[in-house]
Write a protein that binds this ligand. Sequence first.
Ligand SMILES: [Zn+2]
Length: 600
Amino acid sequence: MSESLSQKYERILSMCEVGKRKGAFTQIACPNTGNHKHGDKEKSASLGLHSNGISFKCFAGCQTDDFLKSLGLTFKDLFPDNEETPSNIYTYHNQDGTYHHDKVKYKLPNGKKTFKQRTINEDGSIDYKATVGVPFRYPQLIEAIKQDKVIIFAEGEKDAMTAKILGYESTTMGGASDWKDEYKNFFKGANLVLIPDKDDPGLKLTSSMIDSLKTVTKSLKTMILPLGKDLTEWVEAGNFDLKSLIDKTAIELITLEGVPEPVVKVIVGGYELYWIGLNLKVIIDHIENDDSVEIAVYQNGRPIHISGYKLLSISHKDGLVRSLERLNNKLNWRVIVNQITVQCLSRIRAGEDVVLLTSEFGKNKPEYLVNPLFVQNNANIIYADRGSAKSLFVTMIGLILTMGAGGDIFGLGVEKPWTILFLDWENDQYTTGWQKACLARGLDMEDTDFHYLHCSSPLFKCLHHVQSKINEVSADVVIIDSLAVATGGNLNDSEPALNFYNALRQLPVTPIIIAHTAKDKENKHRTVYGNAFYENLARSIWEVSKFQQLGSSELTLSLYQRKSPPFSGNQMPKGLKFKFDGDRIYVNPCSPMDDERQGN
Ligand SMILES: [Zn+2]
């Protein structure tokens, strides 16, 4: 039975706090509480029912995707079953937050994307037509200019949303070909960083944009991403520290001589230099010992000059400047040739960021915290289904870490004692303390102390408190129980994941993180529950499965390595048997239980 569009509409409304109905629209309280810090009592959002779909508008500038995610819905819930579903809808707003138009994105079967612009009218009808441009996230742009914030100008809405996730105000005027000179007026007084896609249209976009924007912005910078085709790909490759990338690589485009600094890329046998705003590229190669080189100058992608050139010769420099001036008298070639000489010589002399791998490196082997489970100074994750005695397992890990068993305890190596801070969002100190005491008695070990902190808000919110507690007790290791609550927000979103790891990186400790299992229904493949960043940014990951016969006082935990640290091979599964006997818990190594996880 397929669900009709009006049935979908009523189902979504039943999930919302509903206000007045007027024609095709129903007023609702926006459920995207991330954007409305104190909820939305005014019901400033609306849902519209149209002949070919359901629309969402919010005056606080929320996007349809934000709305769907906060209710656990997808774009399929907004469109008829038999029709092509957009992969995203980007809403443009007027300066005051009122609706302007939508850009609807479709993925084609060949993997390419296409856009349709639409305007939803007051009477519920929809016009499909190109509209006069306003910047994406216009109200936020105005506010960011007022507050003198750095604003990322991305090439397209997807990257603008990625920049927002990374903590920046962001905007775009759409793709490379959409720029018009009159748009510059939206950016008066702004501090802009342009991040173009790394393809030729991207470089062209910035060159025409820079000419317009130079005249109105307060500061104007640009950069070429070190990897990935665009900002989103750079983030998907596991990077998220955009601030330090901007600090290190962004170049100022408003300069006294009208020539920005070039971006320099190392290529085989030489260098490529780009002047983004000038649409200029120079390749220097065939570098000889006497500093003679071959130089090729490209403008708008076409070679305009190729010759031999001696970097240190003044007569060569004058000759090169004169030839280039004859080809194009609009550019300040003397400054440009000077930049080429200085950039190349300083790199040739410096010997290019080469790191000599001396025998010193052999002395600093990356170390295990618990061999072979967890590594030092990197995030470690264990994940398991609910009710898999994960907390018992990490309490035991905490105990043997504080003991510093000095070698091997049931197949786990801990070289020296560590100071543990247990960050607990799930249990209470009594449960954890009791389990620790029972384990110590069962292991016939001293019940060594570890520090315990009960947490209630997400890690990034209580970071300063946790930081001061780590300093106070001089903790080396934090145990985080568990990922879901320590992260806060929707686990499937990248924003909370990045916030979480950002917070974690600021703590001078080794984290052991407990997480839940996500199970793919079709192939039974198990992963860490939540966004892929959680796995990408961890160094060592183990899956734990519990086996316990009904009514038995024994349980077996089997450990399967799911991601091994780069300095070690893959480990065989391990087993641990826990036996409960009054106020004692005995632990012994055993064979892992054979189950379907073995071949996973
Ligand atoms: Zn909203």
